[in-house]
Structure formats: structure tokens, C-alpha cells
Design a protein around this ligand. Structure first.
Ligand code: GAP
Length: 465
């Protein structure tokens, strides 16, 4: 674990994530690979539930959105035209003795200097003024740019022409398919393209668990608008920002932990005319969760010029041809997983005992309901519980059957993975009129007897409220 992960909540969260099968260190049996994490069975389900909620809100429920899944490897000219080969870099300093590399802006932040808007020279000077040494106590080099793209070669030859990059953003896969979508679906402006997929950045200092990693997933929208009506463009920026917030509410994030930050011109990405970051109160501080950038015609124009393919739009009404402008709401999926996990992590006392539970929204909880027979060696109970398990799997989905250990232990396990409801089959269920089952609520620990015939509607209503 890195120094900066030694935050008690983060330590507990990382430990729970591993213990309960959400997230493991990447390549763990070989000692790990820095900046990579593997999602286990519950983690991938949680992540998929967030993806599904996103795809539903931004693609399925809208008439103006076109889904995409472009290749990760792209022609190197894409990244030359987009500006990433020339400028996708972070400020790097090197420990002159150990040759270890650090983010200059992070070192400055750690001593209370805000590096926003600083040039490389200004950062070098600030490091000197503050007499900042490397974490090992050695002299630091001057600050220089470090390109974060992972370079590779495609095919059997390793010459210049075979160079490709693992994409550092999913966005370019949509810009280069703009014409394909135009030619096949003939959409009228405004319309958007949406994509979920992996992105890769050779981060100098990956840190804070899945917050900053070298391989991560993005969910991005490139929304194309007519640039001639500035009022309309600004209204669309506001509407898309509001949709970002609505999505955060869909997955249960607390609006009090969410902050809107207008990014100053000097700190915007090279392609952006306006950027609004959405920051979240993580256990290690208020940090960027999502972004929204007004990319103007930067990308379509750059690809038109570099590829020679016309990526303009013809407006039938005004008979005018122009390059649409693009507004890009972008979401880091792993940061969303971390936000929901860190918000959900709760310690309290129940029945005089300390407990840990994940207060996840039922909408994204990996397991919705757990079914327990009271005793595992009573066939009448296990048969009934298995029968119910089959029914609930069809009717509710994401249901778990568990017969191992005491009921108390089983509750603790389900609490730790955030299961909203546990249902116990006991002797009353098989002997008494109405076949009552015991339904236990994760958050309150309260228990209710529900007739078996009403269980599906009871749970469906509770899970959707
Ligand atoms: N297409 C625009 C773009 O990529 P960005 O702000 O560089 O913009 C978008 O990245 C989102 O991707 C961020 O808001 C963040 O949620 C996520 N992200 C960026 N770098 C990341 C990293 N190293 N690890 C995890 N998530 C990251």
C-alpha cells in the first residue's frame, strides 16, 4: 500500500474490497503491477450496474444519442491530429540520485502550493523556493513534460509506421466515426455519440486505490451542436451538466458531497473553450470525479485537416455547411465505483455489536436479496429456500443463496457487500398458514414477517423505492 493510501477509511475500504471480492491488486501473485487493479465477482457486477444505469439514461432513454464501441488501437495519425502526441503530458521531476520520478504538481500540493496555472518553469522555481526534496530526501531535477500515452507496435515490424498507442481517452473513437454515423443514420443536429470503454495513461504517480490508475474505464459522450446559436450552445452545456448530476443521483451519490468547479483558462485541456469539473468528497479530499468540456470544432476540424476526409455537416434548412461544435460530458467509471464505495462504507453498532456495512443504493448493489434457510441440515428448510431462490432469481435477479454459518454471520457478510435485504426460511415458513418468511433490512437491522405469496411484490417495491 502506498503512503497516501494510509488513510484509515481508505485502508478499511481497500481491505473490505479484497476480503469480499470486489477489487484485488492487479497481478497480485507476482507482487502486483503499479497502477492496475482487478475487479472480482462483486466488483464487476457493481461496475456493470453503474454502466447499465449510465447507458439507460444517456443512450436507451434518448432519441438523440448513438452508441459506439470503437477499437482501442487506432491509427497513430489520430493521436497526432488530436494533439495527444504533442501535448498529452504531465509535469515530471526526477530524484537526481535514485532516478525515481514524481509529479511536480503533486509535490507542490503536498506543501500547500497550488500549482494550477503554473508553467513548467514556474513549477521548477516553486520547488526550489520551497526547498522541496524528493520523498527520499534527494535533490530534484527541473520540471519537464512527460507524455502519458502507452506506445506499442502493431504487426510484425517495429518501425515508425507500425507505432500505435493505447488510447488515453475513448473520445477519439467517436470523432473518427462521426462520418460513419452521419452516413448511416443521417441524424440532425443536435445529436450525440456515447461510448463506454478502457483508456490507458502512463500516470507518473498512480495513487489512491482506483482513483488514479494506469488502466481505467471511461463513459463519454460527444454531443454535437450547431455553433451559430451561442445561446443554444450554452443552454445545451447547462442541460448536459444537469444530466451528469441527475446520473450521480441515480446511483445514489449524495449531492452534498458533489461540487461544481469552473476551470480557469490556463488549466483547461488543450481542446477546451470551457470546462466544468464535478468534484466529490473522497476520503482523501475533494477531487475530480467527472468532467464536461466544450471542445468546439477542435477535433472534427483537426481530423478533417489531417485525414483529408470532410467531417462537416450540411444544414438543410439554412443550406449552410459547417463543422459542428462538440460538448463532451465525460465520466470516469472507476472513480464512480470509488465514490459509491467510499460513500457507502459505514460503521455502526447493531445489537450491541460493532458492524461494517455498505449502504449502497439498491439500484447498483451487486446482490439485491440473499436467501437463507435457518439450518443447513434440515432438508425441508433448504428445499424451500432453494425453491424460493429460483423464483427470486427470475423475478428480482442478482439473488444469493447462503446456508453456511450462523444466521448472524450470514447477515454480517451480506451487510459487508451491501445486500439491501436478507430473507430467512424457518420452521414457520413450512408449518404456518401463509408461509411467513423473515425479511431483514440492511440499514436498520429491522425484521418483518411477510407471507410468502407477497414476497416478490414486497421486495420489488422496496428495491425500487
Ligand atoms: N475525453 C476527455 C477526457 O479524457 P479527462 O478529464 O482527462 O478528460 C475524464 O478524463 C475522466 O476520466 C476524469 O474525469 C476521471 O474521472 C477519469 N480519469 C482520468 N484519468 C484517470 C486515471 N488515471 N485513473 C482513473 N480515472 C481517470
Amino acid at each position: 500500500m502506498k503512503k497516501e493510501d494510509k488513510n484509515p477509511i481508505m485502508e478499511n475500504l481497500i481491505s473490505l474490497s479484497k476480503r469480499r471480492g470486489f477489487i484485488f491488486q492487479g497481478s497480485e501473485v507476482y507482487g502486483g503491477l503499479a497502477g492496475t487493479w482487478d475487479y472480482g465477482p462483486l466488483g464487476v457486477t457493481l461496475k456493470n450496474n453503474i454502466k447499465k444505469a449510465w447507458w439507460k439514461r444517456f443512450v436507451d432513454d434518448r432519441e438523440d444519442m448513438y452508441g459506439m464501441d470503437a477499437a482501442i488501437l487506432m491509427n497513430q495519425n489520430v493521436w497526432k491530429a488530436s494533439g495527444h502526441v504533442g501535448g498529452f503530458a504531465d509535469p515530471l521531476v526526477e530524484d537526481k540520485k535514485t532516478k525515481k520520478r514524481y509529479r511536480a504538481d503533486h509535490l507542490l500540493e503536498e506543501v500547500g502550493v497550488d500549482p494550477k496555472g503554473m508553467t513548467l518553469d514556474m513549477m521548477s522555481q516553486a520547488l526550489k523556493d520551497k526547498k522541496i526534496k524528493s520523498p527520499e530526501g534527494n535533490e530534484l531535477s527541473d520540471v519537464r513534460q512527460f507524455n502519458m500515452m502507452f506506445k506499442t507496435h502493431v504487426g510484425a515490424t517495429e518501425d515508425e509506421s507500425a507505432i500505435s498507442y493505447l488510447r488515453p481517452e475513448t473520445a477519439q473513437g467517436m470523432f473518427v466515426n462521426f462520418k460513419n454515423v452521419m452516413d448511416t443514420f443521417h441524424p440532425r443536429l443536435p445529436f450525440g455519440m456515447a461510448q463506454i470503454g478502457k483508456a490507458f495513461r502512463n500516470e507518473i504517480a498512480p495513487r489512491d486505490f482506483i482513483f488514479r490508475t494506469r488502466e481505467f474505464e471511461q463513459m463519454e459522450i460527444e454531443y454535437f451542436v450547431d455553433p451559430r446559436n451561442e445561446t443554444e450552445v450554452n443552454a445545451t452545456i447547462d442541460a448536459l451538466y444537469a444530466e451528469q448530476l441527475a446520473f450521480l443521483s441515480d446511483i445514489g451519490l449524495d449531492s452534498k458531497r458533489i461540487h461544481k468547479i469552473e476551470i480557469a483558462p490556463a488549466d483547461r485541456a488543450h481542446y477546451s473553450k470551457r470546462s466544468i469539473d464535478t468534484e466529490f468528497d473522497f476520503p482523501f479530499g475533494q477531487k475530480e470525479l467527472l468532467g464536461l468540456a466544450y471542445r468546439t470544432d477542435y477535433d472534427l476540424k483537426a481530423h478533417t485537416e489531417a485525414s483529408g476526409t470532410d467531417l462537416s455537416y450540411f444544414d438543410e434548412e439554412s443550406k449552410a455547411r459547417f463543422i459542428p461544435h462538440c460538448i463532451e460530458p465525460t465520466f470516469g467509471l472507476d472513480r464512480l465505483v470509488l465514490a459509491v464505495l467510499s460513500q457507502a462504507y459505514t460503521e455502526d453498532e447493531l445489537g450491541g455489536e460493532k458492524r461494517v456495512y455498505l449502504k449502497l443504493s439498491p439500484r447498483i448493489a451487486p446482490v439485491k436479496v440473499a436467501i437463507f434457510p435457518l439450518l443447513k441440515n434440515k432438508e425441508a428448510l433448504t428445499d424451500k429456500a432453494r425453491e424460493l431462490y429460483k423464483v427470486l432469481r427470475t423475478e428480482i435477479g442478482a439473488v444469493e443463496y447462503d446456508e453456511a454459518g450462523s444466521i448472524g454471520k450470514r447477515y454480517r457478510r451480506q451487510d459487508e457487500i451491501g445486500t439491501p435485504f436478507c430473507v430467512t426460511i424457518d420452521f414457520e415458513t413450512i408449518e404456518k398458514d401463509g408461509n411467513p418468511v423473515t425479511v431483514r433490512d440492511r440499514d436498520t437491522g429491522g425484521q418483518e414477517k411477510i407471507p410468502l405469496k407477497d414476497l416478490v411484490s414486497y421486495l420489488s417495491q422496496k428495491l425500487s423505492s
